[in-house]
Write a protein that binds this ligand. Structure first.
Ligand code: KG4
Ligand code: ZN
Length: 465
């Protein structure tokens, strides 16, 4: 499996993001307790089996004397799904390295993520990916201020690989560790690339496993305005790409986006999901079925790759791809428009809408959402495509933001057993549902394993009062 590195010593910001740091410092004051306190009281990133502090000295001194905030260097590790990613990022927003090993071949072979295979693939490359991230940053573990790692949501088997690696490094080098929420990371990475982006802001997070609309009121304080009642949009792109016989090696989304450019987006009549539900939730299962029926009616044979199809057959596939994309994105547009109304009722000072997650790397999606957001007097913020899909930079950056607020765990013991059970959070909502957004369809399937990130952070802040 080839390792690819898209960034190395690339400073995405023209000048250091002083405003970020100032904001963090300002926000830090009410919460930061200069006297040492048990870090186990910070549930955001605690691991159930982390022994509280076998190694207290380094942590206490770090807690008493905050790091110079523009001097943090954090390693971020991401293994929640099918990408093994690591990056080293500084708190001034400089990306020192970024390495991603994707399981594209496995994805193409199985037509989706098979957890056991994905775990194996992560295990094969995790050491190499992390080492390469450190090498490219010209650093060793000793130069790090902390390690950040995704602890959920995602596939347990996959999350465990990254968490074990992160804890090994943190334990060996006595580094604090930050457990990161994958979707918070997708949203916050926009604050690394866009210096203007202050709380509160809105975010539409669209990926293979998630489809959420949130109002980010503050760090760790998110209101969920809408989510999917069945599939996420990325999952629909992937399935339809498979049914159309497209090349899945770069995942289904880019394949559909490319083919759709050749098609007539109005040629196939598809109805927009959930028109009758006046909320901000999403549904893509029905649209998938409509598209499957259209594919069947055109007698498309997916075993013939599109590259070998006749020009007539290729045109049919392109029409379906374009029609699907138009309606899938129309559904996003409609929900965003209503969500903006709701968000402005809660926080009239909202100025930005972030669109992030793998599907946000799609140019058509970006252009359509830009129109809606601008029409409603907000500004769209889309991270560059390489930071929209899963990556280690977003994890490192979210680690930095949380670290600055004192939300981290102590170094794990250096001799932590390999088979220890970690606190992984495969199903972990980001925020509490907005009351108006609760739909019956949605409440049928809210078997949550973990309390939301927001409720954990708010409970922790209450304790500190
Ligand atoms: O955020 P991400 O990398 O991983 C998850 O957290 O799921 O998102 C992956 C999803 C896949 O479903 C992939 O098909 C989709 O993002 N995707 C795209 C594009 N690039 C990636 N979908 C539409 N257009 C794209 N250009
Ligand atoms: Zn993701």
């Amino acid at each position: 499996m080839a390792l690819s590195s898209t960034f190395w010593r690339l400073n995405l910001l023209s000048k250091p993001s002083v405003s970020h740091i100032q904001t963090s410092l300002r926000a830090l004051k009410p919460f930061f307790n200069p006297t040492p306190r048990p870090i186990s009281s910070l549930p955001i990133s605690s691991f159930s089996n982390s022994s509280i502090t076998k190694n207290p000295t380094s942590l206490e001194s770090k807690t008493r004397t905050p790091y110079p905030q523009d001097d943090l260097v954090v390693l971020g590790i991401e293994t929640s799904c099918d990408d093994t990613a690591a990056a080293v990022v500084k708190s001034n927003g400089e990306i020192l390295s970024q390495v991603i090993s994707s399981q594209a071949d496995l994805l193409a072979q199985y037509g989706g993520v098979a957890p056991k295979m994905a775990e194996e693939a992560h295990l094969q490359v995790i050491d190499q990916v992390v080492q390469e991230a450190l090498d490219k940053a010209n650093l060793s573990e000793r130069d790090l201020s902390a390690v950040a790692v995704t602890i959920g949501p995602g596939l347990s088997l996959c999350l465990r690989v990254g968490v074990r690696k992160a804890r090994k490094i943190a334990g060996t080098f006595s580094l604090p560790i930050i457990g990161v929420h994958h979707m918070e990371a997708h949203a916050l990475v926009a604050r690394l690339t866009e210096q203007e982006l202050q709380f509160p802001f809105m975010a539409l997070l669209i990926s293979g496993g998630h489809n959420v609309l949130i109002l980010a009121r503050d760090l760790g304080h998110y209101v969920q305005l809408g989510t999917t009642i069945d599939d996420a949009i990325g999952e629909a792109y992937d399935k339809i790409a498979k049914w159309l016989g497209l090349d899945l090696r770069r995942s289904g989304g880019p394949a559909i986006e490319e083919l759709a450019r050749e098609g007539d987006a109005k040629s196939i009549k598809l109805s927009t999901p959930m028109k009758q539900h006046k909320d901000c939730n999403f549904s893509y299962a029905g649209l998938k079925t409509q598209v499957r029926l259209a594919i069947e009616s055109k007698n498309i044979n997916a075993t013939i790759p599109v590259s070998s199809a006749t020009s007539e057959d290729r045109k049919s596939r392109a029409d379906i791809a374009a029609s699907f994309q138009r309606v899938a994105v129309l559904h996003l547009e409609e929900r965003c428009e209503r969500a903006i109304e709701w968000a402005l009722k809660i926080e009239p000072s909202v100025k930005h809408m972030v669109v992030s997650g793998g599907v946000a790397s799609n140019q058509y999606v970006r252009a359509r959402l830009d129109q809606i957001v601008t029409k409603n007097n907000l500004q769209l913020v889309c991270p560059p495509p390489s930071l929209c899909t899963d990556n280690g930079v977003m994890v490192a950056w979210t680690g930095i933001e949380n670290f600055c607020m004192g939300r981290f765990d102590p170094p794990p013991p250096a001799d932590e057993p390999e088979d220890i059970e970690f606190d992984l959070r495969p199903r972990w909502p980001l925020g509490e549902e907005y009351a108006e957004g609760r739909s019956e369809a949605r409440s049928m399937r809210t078997a949550r394993i973990h309390p939301s990130l927001t409720s954990l952070v708010q409970a922790s802040l209450q304790q500190q009062l």
